[in-house]
Design a protein around this ligand. Structure first.
Ligand SMILES: Nc1ncnc2c1ncn2[C@@H]1O[C@H](COP(=O)(O)OP(=O)(O)OP(=O)(O)O)[C@@H](O)[C@H]1O
Length: 252
C-alpha cells in the first residue's frame, strides 16, 4: 500500500529563550516552547512561577527583555497587543471583562466588528453564541449572567472574528475556572473541550484546578521560578519527581 506523506502540523507559536526581567529580578527565564496547530496545552506551576507573566509576554501586555516570540513563523514580540490580536492571539483574563449593561449578543457583535467584520447579522451572532452554548441568552444583559456564563461569553468574543473570516490562531485562557461555581465547571469544561476537539483550535490554558487540567489538556508544560521544568503528556508530567518536588507543600 502506498503511504501518503502527511505534512507535519504547522507551528503556531514558538518561544525561543523568552525572558522577562524587572530590574535585577528575572521573572521569565529563557523559556523555549513550540506549540503546533490544534494542540491543547495546559501551563501549570506553583504560585508566582511566572504563568501570567508569560501570557502577558505572548499577548503583548509586556515586552520581553530577551528572546523571541513567533506566531505562525512571524516575529511578533515588537507588536502592540491589538496588532497581535489582529494576527490571531486571543486572550481571556483571570477577572471577567464583560460590560454588565450590554447584552450578550452586543458583545459578540462588537467583537466581530472590531475584528473587521462590516456586516454582522443576527444569524452570525447566534452562530457564535451557540458554539459556546449561550444562544438562548443572546438578548439578556450580561450583568445578569453567572460567572460560568460570563466565561463562555468571553470565549464567544474570542471566536467572534470568525464572522470576519478569521478565527483565533491561538487562544490563551487565563484560569477560565476562577470564580466559577462548582456546578458550572463541567459544562464550561465541555465548551472549552469542543473548541479543541470540534473546531481544532490551538489552546494554551493556565489553570489551577488539576482535575480540569487532566481532563482537558493533551500536553502539560510546567513553569517553576520562570523556567520550564517539564513538558510532556499529562501522565509523564504528573509522574515527574521534579514536578512533585516543585509543588511540595501545595496541592497538585
Ligand atoms: N510588574 C511586575 N513587577 C515586578 N514583579 C512582578 C511583576 N509582575 C509579576 N511579578 C512577579 O513575578 C512573579 C511571577 O508572577 P506571575 O503572576 O506571572 O506568576 P503566576 O505563575 O501567574 O502566579 P499565580 O499562579 O499566583 O497567578 C511573582 O513573584 C510576581 O510577584
Amino acid at each position: 500500500m502506498a503511504s501518503a506523506t502527511l505534512a507535519p502540523p504547522a507551528e503556531v507559536l514558538r518561544l525561543d529563550s523568552l525572558s522577562w526581567a524587572v530590574g535585577a529580578v528575572t521573572i521569565v527565564d529563557g523559556v523555549d516552547l513550540a506549540v503546533t496547530e490544534g494542540q491543547f496545552l495546559a501551563l501549570i506551576g506553583p504560585n508566582g512561577a511566572g504563568k501570567t507573566s508569560l501570557f502577558n509576554l505572548v499577548s503583548g501586555v509586556t515586552r520581553p527583555t530577551g528572546g523571541s516570540i513567533r506566531l505562525d513563523g512571524r516575529a511578533v514580540d515588537r507588536l502592540p497587543p491589538h496588532r497581535r490580536a489582529r494576527l490571531g492571539i486571543g486572550r481571556t483574563f483571570q477577572s471577567s471583562s464583560v460590560f454588565p449593561t450590554m447584552t450578550v449578543a452586543e458583545h459578540v457583535e462588537l467583537a466581530a466588528r472590531s475584528a473587521g467584520a462590516r456586516r454582522v447579522t443576527g444569524t452570525d451572532v447566534r452562530g457564535v453564541l451557540e458554539r459556546v452554548r449561550l444562544g438562548h441568552r443572546a438578548g439578556e444583559e450580561s450583568g445578569g449572567l453567572s460567572h460560568g456564563d460570563k466565561r463562555k461569553l468571553e470565549l464567544a468574543m474570542l471566536l467572534a472574528p470568525t464572522v470576519a473570516g478569521r478565527g483565533p490562531r491561538l487562544m490563551l485562557l487565563d484560569e477560565p475556572m476562577a470564580g466559577v461555581a462548582a456546578e458550572e465547571v463541567g459544562e464550561l469544561g465541555e465548551v472549552i473541550r469542543s473548541l479543541h476537539r470540534d473546531e481544532g483550535r490551538t489552546l494554551l490554558m493556565v489553570e489551577h484546578h488539576m482535575d480540569v487540567v487532566l481532563d482537558l489538556a493533551e500536553r502539560i508544560v510546567v513553569l517553576n521560578h520562570g523556567t520550564l521544568l517539564a513538558d510532556g503528556t499529562p501522565e509523564a508530567v504528573m509522574a515527574d519527581p521534579e514536578v512533585q518536588r516543585a509543588y511540595l507543600g501545595e496541592e497538585i
